[in-house]
Design a protein around this ligand. Structure first.
Ligand code: NDP
Length: 329
């Protein structure tokens, strides 16, 4: 009898795209040399875009969405992985050109898989998810530019979102003083509980203003882009750095070169999808040491394969707080 398992599938026709839970077998999976029993996935901003079709994330249909997953190796043709290994995969084209994590089973390329650190469970790995791993890459970006806690405060934009929440928690554990910029001032208590020392209204940063402003922060982690990133750069202190990873406000950057040429500010580009394995290993190792798992648990909402589509529009509308874990099996 064929061994069937559940997956969420996006299909597209002339009327648009639709999402259905289907039963498939390993024969239906894409190419790869490792088969993984997926235990958990997550909802990231990009998953919202893929499931609603509001941005061309999916490059070929049908597609199983889910840009990341954690799981247990079921079989491997690569001697680096054995049955029972606990693994995580972020990006590398999942949900774009390769079937993603919203499936009870996945077949993937072993070069894209990373063994989880011993002290991070599969569930915690997806509490972190791509948003949290990206937050760690952003922190590493600042550290590599020599930004230290004694240099001054660090601004985090999109603070209540997934990247923002994990970034606040990480920075605060590392001894930085964190300013959280949010459009949800009602979440002040939540942001403070993660470690924010002060909170500003995101409207302060979202409108056009002068190319250079008062120097306010020594560094920033920005998941918002557009006019916000321009204002963040204009108010970064001399010699500071800004890790830019997102576009929640927009993909434009209406800035000038003045922060770069008059204040020596650095703009650090952060990409999680094609980040080389050495960078991923460094990020996951640091997450295992520096992330407060109790604070992480505080950020999380749980759901499952049957319910995940209900969250797709909510995350695009900025209505999801922190992280959403999708319990797969
Ligand atoms: P979330 O939706 O969880 O968080 C985004 C947050 O941005 C929202 O919670 C909200 O925070 C704020 N926001 C939303 N809309 C606006 C707006 N119009 N203007 C200003 N702020 C806004 O998403 P994630 O944290 O998962 O991802 C954040 C961004 O980072 C996304 O653009 C995503 O595509 C990108 N990303 C990039 C990666 C990479 O590899 N470069 C990897 C992962 C994510 P608040 O309510 O507190 O203001």
């Amino acid at each position: 009898m064929t061994d069937l398992f559940k997956a969420l599938k996006i299909e597209k026709n002339e009327e648009g795209q639709n999402l259905n839970i289907v039963e498939i077998s390993e024969d239906d999976l894409m190419e790869g040399n490792v088969v993984v029993d997926v235990t958990h996935s997550t909802l990231n901003y990009k998953d919202g875009l893929a499931m609603t079709g509001s941005s061309p994330i999916v490059r070929s249909f049908p597609m199983i969405p889910g840009i990341d997953f954690s799981g247990v190796v079921r079989s491997s043709e690569d001697s680096k992985f054995s049955e029972g290994d606990r693994v995580v995969l972020n990006g590398y084209g999942l949900s774009e050109s390769h079937y993603g994590g919203y499936s009870e089973r996945a077949r993937v390329n072993s070069q894209h898989l990373l063994k989880l650190p011993k002290n991070i469970s599969n569930h915690q790995a997806m509490q972190i998810g791509t948003a949290g791993y990206t937050a760690m890459l952003c922190v590493l970006g600042l550290e590599d530019f020599g930004i230290k806690p004694e240099n001054g405060e660090i601004l985090v934009t999109g603070a209540s979102g997934g990247v923002g929440s994990v970034a606040i928690s990480l920075l605060s554990s590392l001894g930085y003083s964190v300013i959280a910029s949010t459009g949800r001032l009602s979440e002040a208590e939540y942001l403070e509980s993660l470690g924010a020392s002060s909170i500003i209204d995101r409207n302060e940063l979202s409108e056009p203003s002068k190319p250079l402003g008062k120097e306010r922060w020594s560094g920033a982690i920005d998941s918002v882009g557009s006019q916000t990133l321009s204002n963040v750069l204009a108010q970064t202190k001399y010699g500071g750095a800004v890790s830019a990873c997102g576009l929640a406000q927009g993909m434009d950057l209406p800035s000038t070169v003045l922060p770069f040429i008059l204040r020596g500010v650095s703009l650090v580009g952060i990409d999680s999808v094609m980040a080389p394995m050495s960078k991923r290993e460094r990020a996951w190792d640091r997450l295992s040491k520096d992330l407060d798992m109790e604070k992480l648990a505080q950020m999380v909402v749980e759901t499952n394969l049957d319910e995940i589509q209900n969250f797709a529009q909510l995350i695009l509308d900025g209505q999801v707080r922190g992280r959403v874990v999708v319990n797969i099996s």
